[in-house]
Design a protein around this ligand. Structure first.
Ligand SMILES: CC(C)(COP(=O)(O)OP(=O)(O)OC[C@H]1O[C@@H](n2cnc3c(N)ncnc32)[C@H](O)[C@@H]1OP(=O)(O)O)[C@@H](O)C(=O)NCCC(=O)NCCS
Length: 432
C-alpha cells in the first residue's frame, strides 16, 4: 500500500489515497476530491491527469520506453508482426500458433466491405480528403455490421472477435477503396492468400492483368510501420475512443470518433506535415539550416514537424527503429530521396542545437515514417490514413478494456466556468 496524500484546503486537511502502477508510476486518487472539498482538479490538456488504469501499453517518456503488454517495442519490431502484436494488444498475451492462425483467418475473412459501402465511397467528391472518407466509412461499418454494433454491451462483447477483425481488416480495405475511387479506378477485392500488408498494397495498386507483385523488403517495411503505430497509451485519439466507448457506444462508432481525433496536424497529421515541410525546404534550396532558425524564432508560426512529443522528453523509441528501417529500405530499393538528406541534416542540426536540447525536443515517429510511406508508393495525402490503419488494434483494445470493465463510468470531465455571470434576457427591441 502506498502512503496517502494529505491536501490542505481552506485550512482543512483532507486525505486521499495514492495509487502505484506496475512500473512505479504514482498518482493521487482524487475521485472523491469534489464531494469531499467542493474543489475540482484543473489540468487543461490533461498533462497531469490519469484518466484510467490500463493494462495495454506502457510508456516512460523521460527515458524513451514503449512496451505493448510489457514487451519492449524494439523486441516486437525485431521479432513480431503487425497481426501478432495486434492479437496481443487485443487479448493480452502473445498468441499460440493456433490462436494466431485463427485470428489471421478471421482478419482475412473480415476484409471485404459491403458493396453498398463501395457505392457510398463513389458519392464523395474526387478531391475528398482521405481521412474524411475513412472516418465516414468507419461510422458506416456500424450500419453494415449492425449485429456487432448494437450499443448493448453484452451483445457487442459477444461479437467482439468478429468485430475486432472486421475493424482492423475493413479499415485497410476502405482506405484503399477510397484511394481508387478518387482516382476514378474500380476497387479491388481483398486477396485472402496475401499477408495483411501485401493485401493492402494489392487493394491499392493491382490492375486488371497486372497484379501487385509483393517485394519482401516493402512488405516488411509496411508491416513494421503498422506495428510501430499499433498503440500508444492515452494519446488524443485513443482517449477519444475511450471517451466515446464510456458512453456505451459500439466499437465502430468509437473508432470512427478516434479517426476524427487522429486527423489533426498535432497528432496523426504530423507525418504529412513532415513531408510537406521537407518538400518546401527542398524547393527553396535550403539544406534545412534556414528552416531551423525560423522554427526556433516562433515568429513564422513554423515548427520543426516530426520533432517534439507531449510524452517523450527523450528519443521516441519508434523514431530510432523507423529511421534505421527507412535507410535500409531506400538502400534496398535503390531510391535516392533528397528529402532523406534534408531530414538527416535537420535531425543532426536540431539535436546539437540548444533550443531543441533545452526543450527536450527529439525526433518522433513521424519524422521518418513519411519517407518510408513515400518509398512504398503511398501518396502523401494518405499518410494519416496509414497511421489509422496501424492504430486500429490499439483503439480496439482500448474499447475492449472499457467494455469489459463492469465498474466503468461515463467519462465526463468538469470545467471552470469563466463566461458572463448571471444576467437577464434582453428583449430584441431593447438591445443596443
Ligand atoms: C507534439 C507537440 C504538439 C507537443 O507539444 P507540447 O508537449 O504541448 O509542447 P509545447 O507546444 O508546449 O512546446 C514546448 C516548447 O517547445 C517548442 N516546440 C515544441 N515543439 C516544437 C517543434 N516541433 N519545433 C519548434 N519548437 C517546438 C514550443 O514552441 C515551446 O517553446 P517555448 O517554451 O519557448 O514556448 C509539439 O512538440 C509539436 O507541435 N510538434 C510538431 C508536430 C509533431 O511532430 N507532432 C507529432 C507528435 S507524435
Amino acid at each position: 500500500m502506498s502512503k496517502p496524500a494529505v491536501l490542505t484546503l481552506d485550512d482543512k486537511e483532507y486525505v486521499f489515497p495514492t495509487i502505484k502502477g506496475v512500473e512505479n508510476e504514482k498518482a493521487v486518487d482524487f475521485r472523491t476530491l469534489r464531494s469531499a472539498t467542493g474543489y475540482i482538479s484543473y489540468d487543461e490538456g490533461y498533462g497531469n491527469t490519469g484518466s484510467c488504469q490500463s493494462e495495454i501499453t506502457y510508456i516512460d517518456g523521460e527515458v524513451g520506453i514503449l512496451r505493448y503488454r510489457g514487451i519492449p517495442i524494439e523486441q516486437l519490431a525485431d521479432k513480431s508482426s503487425f497481426l501478432e502484436s495486434s492479437y496481443m494488444l487485443l487479448y493480452g498475451d502473445l498468441p499460440t500458433q493456433f490462436e494466431l492462425d485463427q485470428f489471421t483467418t478471421r482478419v482475412r475473412k473480415g476484409a471485404a466491405v459491403s458493396p453498398m459501402m463501395c457505392d457510398a465511397l463513389k458519392g464523395f467528391p474526387r478531391d475528398a480528403p482521405p481521412m474524411g472518407m475513412l472516418g465516414s466509412m468507419l461510422g458506416a461499418m456500424s450500419c453494415y455490421n449492425a449485429s456487432m454494433a448494437t450499443n448493448d454491451r453484452a451483445v457487442d462483447l459477444e461479437h467482439f472477435d468478429e468485430a475486432a477483425a472486421a475493424a482492423i481488416a475493413q479499415t485497410a480495405t476502405a482506405a484503399a477503396l477510397g484511394y481508387r475511387v478518387t482516382k476514378g479506378l474500380e476497387g479491388n477485392q481483398p486477396d485472402p492468400s496475401l499477408s495483411f500488408g501485401d493485401n493492402f498494397l494489392h487493394l491499392m495498386f493491382s490492375e486488371e492483368g497486372r497484379p501487385y507483385k509483393a517485394i519482401p523488403e516493402v512488405s516488411r517495411a509496411l508491416d513494421l510501420m503498422l506495428l510501430l503505430h499499433a498503440d500508444h497509451e492515452q494519446n488524443c485519439s485513443t482517449s477519444t475512443v475511450r471517451m466515446v466507448a464510456s458512453g456505451g457506444a459500439n466499437l465502430f462508432a468509437s473508432v470512427a470518433a478516434g479517426c476524427g481525433a487522429l486527423w489533426g496536424p498535432a497528432h496523426g497529421g504530423a507525418n504529412m506535415a513532415v513531408i510537406k515541410m521537407l518538400e518546401e525546404i527542398r524547393a527553396t534550396g535550403d539544406d534545412g539550416s534556414k528552416f531551423i532558425e525560423e522554427a526556433k524564432s516562433g515568429k513564422s508560426g513554423k515548427r520543426l514537424m516530426g520533432f517534439g512529443h507531449r510524452v517523450y522528453k527523450n528519443f521516441d523509441p519508434r523514431a530510432k527503429i523507423i529511421g534505421k528501417a527507412c535507410e535500409e529500405l531506400l538502400n534496398k530499393l535503390g531510391i535516392d530521396d533528397p528529402c532523406l538528406d534534408i531530414a538527416r541534416h535537420l535531425e543532426q542540426a536540431a539535436l546539437a542545437d540548444d533550443y531543441f536540447i533545452s526543450r527536450n525536443l527529439y525526433p518522433n515517429v513521424d519524422f521518418y515514417s513519411g519517407i518510408v510511406l513515400r518509398a512504398l508508393g503511398i501518396p502523401s495525402d494518405m499518410f494519416t490514413v496509414m497511421f489509422a490503419i496501424g492504430r486500429m488494434p490499439g483503439w480496439v483494445a482500448n474499447w475492449r478494456e472499457i467494455a469489459m470493465n463492469p465498474k466503468m463510468k461515463i467519462n465526463r470531465p468538469r470545467q471552470i466556468y469563466q463566461g458572463p455571470a448571471l444576467r437577464d434576457y434582453v428583449a430584441m427591441e431593447d438591445r443596443g
